[in-house]
Design a protein around this ligand. Structure first.
Ligand code: PFF
Length: 454
């Protein structure tokens, strides 16, 4: 099929917002703080920033140029640029990663809906830190409630994918992004002003390098790939709709900057608040959901209407941020099935939605009633997260760097980065160096280190 039948965005700003929408999501606001908390704080963040700048940005440019040059879905892209070679497996692995991430990501996305409901019914009032922890634990362990929200969230994603990703998303992204940003800043200020918050700020900004262990590098790299939606063809698919005059490096830098700022802001909200009420920073995936209601309660509890309004607004924005990410994940798999197996877009979307709901149900139950069933010592939820973020995405990124740095004709790379010579190739050499040598070697070293061979 031709690319124009696929989801399309009307304007240049639209495609940039779509990429930023895919990148900014639960990865920044939910996953970044708990990974930082589990890996010792500031030292982790420094390594994370290094990964974003030196691997994330160049690999994002590489994905953009592969997508725009081929103007095809991620598996088709490699077939066009490297016909008859095994490179198509990089695209196929990306599709599988997208499928697995969508299954467990939607579980957490569903939690945001529960929290909108709880905020709206004023359930946060009069609870203390222990109360929030107990309420969250009993919600996650409930065999039905999280599943209902999971299905609801998946159906919302499905509806938008089937209707086509058009003006609605573009428009809502233009409003949603600035609104999310403003609310995050307000919450950050509130969090810092809580009593005893300075310990959280120290945790976030004062590096303690003794906290670094073999897992810190893998976690930081995995977080960078996850947060930037890299290594699995998502941004490659979106870039197939970019215009010929879209400046790829500039867009990549913008998306990485927005994404990182949102993650750091989320950290500034979560840690001062967590330290202030005595919640441990290594609480894991529940961190955001037990800390944030506390901020609303402590900062605005004396004016209930304000507390309710702000908390509803926050969870709605979080849900929308998650939705723009689930759409991009769904789109990768749907576009692949639709184009490569010549089925209608609707049928492809139905298959993706149904199978992700089934897998998602197992992921969700693995946090509650199925807790004792583990594989390699992990629940299904944790296993999906580990395999995708810490293995498949960095491996995908490694192969994309090799493909662009070593396999693709340098002329193609140059034409795409400079828009046929129209842009000044200031960072061209640096980008090629990072793709050819730095990123693949760094990724390999981190893997070897994790295996304990270094
Ligand atoms: N980057 C998204 C987030 O930070 O929430 C998650 C994600 C979306 C990962 C799309 C991968 C992807 F293809």
């Amino acid at each position: 099929m031709t690319t124009d039948k696929r989801a399309n965005f009307g304007s240049k700003l639209g495609v940039i917002l779509a990429s930023a929408g895919s990148a900014v999501g639960l990865g920044n606001i939910w996953r970044f703080p708990y990974e930082t908390g589990e890996n010792g704080g500031a030292a982790f963040i420094i390594i994370y920033l290094g990964c974003v700048l030196l691997m994330g940005v160049p690999i994002m440019v590489a994905e953009f140029l592969i997508g725009r040059r081929s103007r095809a879905n991620t598996a088709g892209a490699y077939q066009r640029l490297a016909p008859g070679t095994p490179w198509k497996w990089v695209g196929r692995m990306g599709v599988l990663a997208g499928f697995l991430i969508l299954s467990y990501y939607t579980v957490v996305a569903g939690w945001t809906l529960e929290f909108i409901y709880e905020a709206a019914t004023n359930s946060f009032a009069d609870k203390n830190a222990e109360g929030f922890i107990a309420a969250f634990d009993s919600f996650v362990a409930n065999p039905w409630r999280p599943l209902i929200w999971l299905v609801a969230f998946m159906l919302m994603t499905h509806f938008i994918i089937v209707k086509g990703v058009e003006k609605g998303i573009e428009k809502s992204a233009k409003i949603m992004m600035p609104a999310l940003f403003i609310l995050l800043i307000i919450l950050a200020i509130c969090s810092i002003s809580l009593p005893g918050s300075s310990a959280g700020i120290n945790f976030l900004f004062k590096p303690d390098f003794s906290q670094i262990n073999s897992n810190t590098f893998l976690s930081a790299m995995g977080q960078a790939f996850f947060s930037l939606s890299l290594g699995m063809g998502c941004l490659c698919t979106y870039a197939s709709y970019f215009k010929n005059d879209t400046p790829l490096s500039k867009v990549a830098l913008n998306v990485a900057t927005i994404d990182t700022l949102v993650a750091i802001l989320a950290g500034i909200i979560i840690f001062p608040a967590a330290f202030s009420v005595g919640i441990k920073p290594d609480a894991g995936p529940s961190l955001l959901f037990i800390t944030l209601p506390n901020v609303f309660q402590q900062a605005f509890g004396s004016i209930p209407l304000l507390a309710i309004t702000l908390s509803i607004m926050f969870y709605v924005l979080l849900a929308v941020a998650a939705l723009t990410s689930t759409i991009s994940l769904h789109e990768v798999v749907t576009a692949y099935l639709h184009e490569e197996f010549s089925m209608t877009r609707k049928k492809a979307a139905c298959i993706v939605t149904t199978s992700c709901i089934i897998l998602g149900v197992f992921c969700s139950l693995s946090l509650g009633v199925g807790k004792e069933y583990t594989l390699f010592g992990m629940t299904l939820f944790d296993l999906f997260d580990y395999v995708t973020a810490k293995l498949m995405m960095p491996i995908g990124g490694f192969l994309i760097a090799i493909f662009t740095g070593w396999y693709l004709d340098r002329k193609i790379v140059w034409e795409e980065i400079t828009n046929q010579g129209k842009l000044k190739p200031i960072i061209f050499k640096t980008l090629v160096f990072l793709l050819k040598y730095f990123s693949p070697i760094a990724i390999l070293l981190i893997f070897i280190h994790e295996l304990g061979l270094l």
